[in-house]
Design a protein around this ligand. Sequence first.
Ligand SMILES: NC(=O)c1ccc[n+]([C@@H]2O[C@H](COP(=O)([O-])OP(=O)(O)OC[C@H]3O[C@@H](n4cnc5c(N)ncnc54)[C@H](O)[C@@H]3O)[C@@H](O)[C@H]2O)c1
Ligand SMILES: O=C(O)C[C@H](O)C(=O)O
Ligand SMILES: [Mn+2]
Length: 556
Amino acid sequence: MNTGRTTEEFSIEKRGTLLVEDPLLNKGTAFTTEERIQHGLLGLLPPHVDTLEEQVERAYEAFCDFKEPINKHIYLRQLQDENETLFYRLMLGHITEMMPIVYTPIVGLACERFSHIYRRPRGIFISYPERDSMDAILENVERDIDVIVVTDGERILGLGDQGVGGMGIPIGKLSLYTLCGGVAPAKTLPIVLDLGTNNQERLDDPRYIGWRENRIKGEEYDEFIDLFVTAVKKRFPHVLLQWEDFASVDAERIIDRYRDDLCTFNDDIQGTAAVTTGTILAAIAAGGGELKDQNIVMLGAGSAGVGICLQLKQTMMAAGMSEPEARSHFYVIDRDGLLHSGRTDLDELHQQLAQPAENLKNWDCDTTGAISFADVVRNGKPGVLIGATGQAGAFSEPIIREMAAHVEHPVIFPLSNPTSRAEATPADLLEWTHGKAVIATGSPFDPVDHNGVTHTIAQCNNSYIFPAMGLGILASRSRRVTDAMFIAAAEALKETSPALKDRTASLLPSLTIIRDVSRKIAHAVALAAIADGVADSITEAEIDQRIEETMWQPEY
Ligand SMILES: NC(=O)c1ccc[n+]([C@@H]2O[C@H](COP(=O)([O-])OP(=O)(O)OC[C@H]3O[C@@H](n4cnc5c(N)ncnc54)[C@H](O)[C@@H]3O)[C@@H](O)[C@H]2O)c1
Ligand SMILES: O=C(O)C[C@H](O)C(=O)O
Ligand SMILES: [Mn+2]
């Protein structure tokens, strides 16, 4: 049985009811007659012995019987809690249909309704009143863990503060670590840090199952995070710790503080930067252009927006551009308009993306004071527009039409999630640009027919990166996560783009080949880790061998 557990863990043999109730070991109706006799299961299962394929067919039928996506989600989560092998085998066979149910966008709804659809526990809940018991809490995890995804639930997709309901995100992300990256499910651990919520709807909800207080902030928050990291390092010294969906200020402070302390990264900043850089590079290359010639507008200067622009800027500089020149290619817009060097309200991070004010002297602006999104598009004539605002409709028709008036094939990425928060829909973008826009979105969208041409919409989501990052880190036994590893991931992703061969094809490969894509990215990540001296030096053949050994397959 390939469960990803160590032999030692197997020696604590489970029998009978305890065995069928352990989703990592349970085979349900697929337990053979011999196994039923050997493991005390006689009479606990119906007499027919199924193959895994038969179980998949039954499960798919049950899945199809549910009409509402949230009910499909509840069903799949329940299956995951019963039999992980079956869950992943089913998911792998129907990935395009099921990933949006387990992950974005439906996981967003599942977070909002978490306290209502709750069935059984998965992962670890650490609430503020239990802060002094972190060691004991982590001791209750009876397995060795390779990857943790942790959230504090404050910025769940574009849906804001969901408190303990944010737990849906680490569960969904880790499902993708296994599905797309092949990390053994037994080696993954979702964690929610419950420091309260400022979402009044949740606080007023009698069903709410989180710690019913307003959020802890300031020094107490930082002390809590420090206790958490210390406890994680003690219990799982080699673990990969992924931070997910924290409010921007906390996200940046935390990763700055701990990035050299353990094997860790922030997915919204670094994973998003890599997937977007890879997809942008593919879009530009497919159109015959070069990154150095692009003016890039970023709407939204939070974790995602800043992370993306800094990686793209770094890519320009790696190709030989000076820092001031590279910076002048970016027009980053926050709620107060364009970031430029004349503004006195920018912190150090945002100053790195401020447009030199002297470049704006001849701009013709509608407004005095703040320089608006419309002003930027009209004067800056960008070829690339990216949205990371969490605001539906932020890409308005007049602005998109204005952009399309200046470039032949505008590259437009409304990256906000879930679907209801996208800055624009692909159908509208194609309509407003007469079918010329080159589009990728954060959430999945169906292909769009425009004037007889079918446009496949790539899903530019960090899900193309973090599972592969995990695979590469585990395979190379990397001890830290460096920027070069994300740059390598972006480059490797770009190389897999179908649009490089046919510019009308999707910018990103189909999910049906995601495990192959992950292998390639993991290989590049491992090489970068070795080059940076954070992983043991092994040959490329050894890397590939370790990638295959690490990849868990859903089979009995
Ligand atoms: N596709 C992906 O892989 C991916 C990855 C990460 C985040 N996201 C999505 O991006 C969005 C933002 O995530 P984040 O982590 O950066 O959040 P964030 O809260 O850190 O940043 C959002 C920023 O947008 C600004 N903003 C809001 N409306 C604006 C407007 N009209 N004009 C200019 N700025 C505006 C906010 O002030 C904030 O600074 C979310 O919807 C998230 O789901 C997508
Ligand atoms: O979760 C996603 O779909 C991507 C990203 O991490 C987000 O926060 O939106
Ligand atoms: Mn996220």
